[in-house]
Write a protein that binds this ligand. Structure first.
Ligand code: CA
Length: 75
């Protein structure tokens, strides 16, 4: 197998997945729930808030949550 076809399992530069704010390496409903809770000022920490910054404005807010929900529904 050519080297560039080996699947990124180990040894690849870790990049944050868009929307993966709890940094568990997948974007799913849990991330939406986490952001929602965070927006409601619950005492939770976002592991990677920048991953949730889907509307690129350097802020994390309700618009990102809406985007995130849309993305989830499309996947
Ligand atoms: Ca996640």
């Amino acid at each position: 197998m050519p080297e560039n076809e080996s699947y990124p399992d180990s040894g690849w530069t870790k990049q944050s997945i868009k929307g993966d704010i709890n940094a568990d390496e997948s974007f799913d409903l849990l991330d939406v729930i986490t952001l929602q809770k965070w927006l409601l000022h619950e005492q939770i920490e976002l592991a990677d808030w920048k991953a949730g910054n889907l509307v690129n404005d350097e802020k994390l807010n309700i618009y990102d949550l809406i985007f995130m929900k849309k993305r989830l529904l499309q996947s």
